[in-house]
Write a protein that binds this ligand. Structure first.
Ligand code: URA
Ligand code: SF4
Length: 209
């Protein structure tokens, strides 16, 4: 049976993948990605393509991968700078990790309207950018934040509660999947997601030292 994805987006995903694969370095990729219009619905609604943040050294000890930009990220062009980002920074510090050693990326680089979950064809389209980013950065450890990100790495049937808490081999790297900071905010300071996210980040820190 033929693939169920709309053919137009399939072609767009191929285009992104080809363009991304040809980018020789981070700056080239970032410059091209910033004018990407592969997902029509996202491209008209966004203010900025949030390509991702690099550590000053250019060589991250680990990479954090979220879902998609929110309103603050869309305004500033930087990942995880809104409420989720503030909690992420705090929990990273509590876990003994520093954001300044990390690259911070998202599965989808443009804000979905009203912060809806990115659709499968949008994830497919944007995958080319992320794949090339990971190749260029070549981190030993990746932390997938939330279910969209966990599924991107570990497959569509991934259940967060079953995969979190330990590393999974992925293309020569260790992928840890854990709760998204927005879940930690939603369930509150005494909720399970916050404790789980902190425990998982602490385990990641232990694996790096
Ligand atoms: N949530 C995400 O998944 N990514 C961001 O960059 C901000 C909020
Ligand atoms: Fe391009 Fe990704 Fe934005 Fe889609 S979400 S328009 S693939 S940068």
């Amino acid at each position: 049976m033929a693939a169920l994805r709309p053919p137009r987006l399939d072609a767009a995903a191929d285009d992104v993948a080809r363009t991304a694969a040809a980018a020789p370095d981070w700056d080239t990729l970032a410059a091209v990605a910033r004018s990407c219009v592969a997902c029509p619905e996202l491209a008209v609604a966004r203010q900025r393509v949030v390509v991702g943040d690099l550590p000053a050294s250019g060589r991250p000890r680990f990479v954090l991968v979220g879902e998609a930009p929110g309103a603050t990220e869309d305004e500033t062009g930087r990942p995880f700078v809104g409420r989720s980002g503030a909690l992420l920074d705090q929990l990273l510090a509590e876990a003994g990790l520093s954001r300044s050693e990390a690259a911070v990326l998202n599965i989808v680089k443009c804000r979905p309207p009203a912060n809806r979950t990115p659709k499968a064809p949008e994830v497919a389209c944007c995958s080319g950018w992320l794949r090339r980013q990971l190749e260029l950065l070549d981190p030993p450890v990746v932390v997938a934040l939330g279910l969209s990100s966990a599924k991107w790495f570990l497959g569509p049937r991934t259940v967060l509660g079953e995969v979190r808490g330990r590393p999974h081999p992925w293309e020569g790297r260790a992928v840890w999947a854990t709760y998204h900071p927005s879940a930690a905010i939603r369930f509150g300071p005494n909720g399970a997601p916050r404790a789980g996210l902190l425990a998982d980040l602490t385990a990641v820190a232990g694996s790096l030292s």
